[in-house]
Design a protein around this ligand. Structure first.
Ligand code: ARG
Length: 485
């Protein structure tokens, strides 16, 4: 095996003859590679920032048009640049672009290739621009595209959830607090809770997009430029609302990436909570839902197993996404203004989080469309664990005019009695009920069923089937309108 292909570790002593000729004589003994190679390894970003090539070309086209507009570039130069960049885009698309690590990053790779193709016009493109404002612009464009894509995926997941919610607006399931049976709810109501969460996730992304949408191009290295550039023109050409106001801030700001990661991390937390519920619901003791083979795997030893791997992995992706946020916060912390090479470390966490979130959203939407609820089991479970105890207390308040605290106390005694007899509340005979509260009449049994319980919850935002059907319809209309528009 070629020694230089092994990972570089300080612990690995290397025989003298395997040392690279470039290794430093006094301290290079521990390194296989010489300082130039190590510098290139740590410095080059082309391995990952090639991903922003489209945005880099877009930015350069806008810059070139502006330079031509103010007479800094001739129209011939501009035409050559447009043609050259189009050819480069085609090369990258076709996978034949000669990426060169020695050229460090995507900006210099494209510029060098442009110059190779069109000569001096390529060398003039970087007038009144620095890689500092260039990369900030490119990266903002990339994050903006990612926001649009992820927001569309969130809308699709919301649509899937709202469709299933409409289907199950009146089907009961146990509602939990502390993962203990609390009160009956409907399955549709539970699913719509996630629609609300995703709506907030989208609005966080929209908010991030709005604040992001100022163009840093023209900030140059950090101080602006002496050329009479038109920053309003480039900003408009790239779909920004306008140029950034301060050139130092233009090149040093990565708030947009942090906000994006913050929004992504919160969304990932939501998806992980849903994923966890899917795992629980699929488990044999629960068996509230089944997932098809499309979203489960078997075990190599236990033939009966159907493991909800997709849900588990959605749950786990949250670690990466939250980790990306922490990584970039840590990179940016304490960085003096303006640009520092540290900031080159902004891209990988953002790419990683965006990829993981896109996959998690797609998998979650897939599972929502795939899942088959076991409605009868859910309904039985909805009535277990004295789930209608609150309905009984409310009846005591309404009918016997007991203060709620006292009604709560009486109900607690009735629950204890039912528990001691190993029966449900509805199975306690009237005599037993009256032994604890003499005022109770047979009317009480009317509120102890699951169906009565859910349909009584008609308060705004409550779980009554009519509410749920209306909410699901409201979301379906809103999403339909948006997806059609
Ligand atoms: N590859 C660099 C980055 O991603 C581009 C900016 C380099 N600027 C500089 N002054 N070296 O941040």
């Amino acid at each position: 095996m070629n020694d230089s292909s092994q990972p570089l570790t300080a612990q690995t002593p290397r025989p003298a003859e395997t040392r690279s000729a470039g290794a430093n004589a006094s301290w290079g003994g521990r390194f296989a590679a010489g300082p130039a190679q190590i510098m290139s390894d740590i410095n080059a970003s082309i391995g990952f920032d090639k991903r922003i090539w489209r945005q880099d070309i877009r930015g350069s086209l806008a810059h070139a048009a502006m330079l031509a507009g103010i007479g800094v570039l001739s129209t011939d130069d501009e035409a050559a640049i447009i043609e050259g960049l189009a050819a480069i885009g085609a090369e990258i698309e076709a996978g034949v672009f000669p990426f060169d690590v020695a050229l460090e990053d995507i900006h210099m790779n494209i510029e060098a290739r442009l110059t190779e193709r069109i000569g001096d016009a390529g060398r003039r493109l970087h007038t009144a621009r620095s890689r500092n404002d260039q990369v900030a612009t490119d990266f903002k464009l990339w994050v903006r595209d990612a926001i649009d894509g992820l927001s569309g995926q969130m809308a699709d997941l919301m649509l899937a959830l709202a469709q299933r919610a409409a289907e199950h607006a009146s089907h009961p399931m146990p509602g939990f607090t502390h993962l203990q049976t609390a009160q009956p709810v409907t399955f549709g109501h539970h699913l719509l809770a996630y629609v609300e969460m995703l709506a907030r996730d989208r609005s966080r992304l929209a908010d991030c997009r709005r604040r992001l949408n100022e163009c840093p191009l023209g900030g140059a290295a950090l101080a602006g430029t002496s050329f009479p550039i038109d920053r309003h023109q480039t900003a408009a050409a790239l779909g920004f609302d306008g140029p950034t106001a301060n050139s130092i801030d233009s090149v040093s700001d990565r708030d947009f990436a942090l906000e994006f990661l913050g929004a992504a991390a919160i969304c990932a937390v939501h998806l992980s909570r849903f994923a966890e519920e899917i795992v629980i619901w699929c488990s044999a003791p629960f068996r509230f839902i089944r997932l098809s083979d499309a979203f489960t795997t078997g075990s190599s030893i236990m033939p009966q197993k159907r493991n909800p791997d997709a849900a588990e992995l959605v749950r786990a992706k949250t670690g990466r996404i939250a980790g990306s946020l922490v990584a970039l916060l840590t990179v940016m912390k304490g960085l003096p203004l303006s640009y520092g090479k540290d900031m080159q470390e902004d891209k990988e966490p953002v790419f990683e989080a965006a990829d993981a979130l896109a996959l998690a959203l797609a998998a979650t939407a897939g599972m929502v469309r795939d899942l088959m609820p076991e409605l009868a089991r859910m309904e039985v479970a909805a009535g277990q664990g004295f789930a209608t105890a609150t309905d009984l207390a409310d009846w005591l308040v309404r009918t016997l005019k007991l203060p709620f605290r006292q009604a709560h106390h009486v109900t607690g005694k009735l629950v204890a009695l039912a528990e001691a007899r190993d029966v449900d509340l509805a199975q306690l005979d009237l005599g037993a009920m009256q032994s604890i509260e003499p005022g109770i009449t047979a009317d009480v049994y009317g509120v102890l069923t699951v169906a009565a319980s859910v349909s009584s919850r008609t308060s705004h935002g409550g779980t009554a089937p009519a509410n749920v059907a209306r909410e699901a319809a409201r979301w379906l209309t809103a999403l339909d309108r948006e997806l059609v528009a």
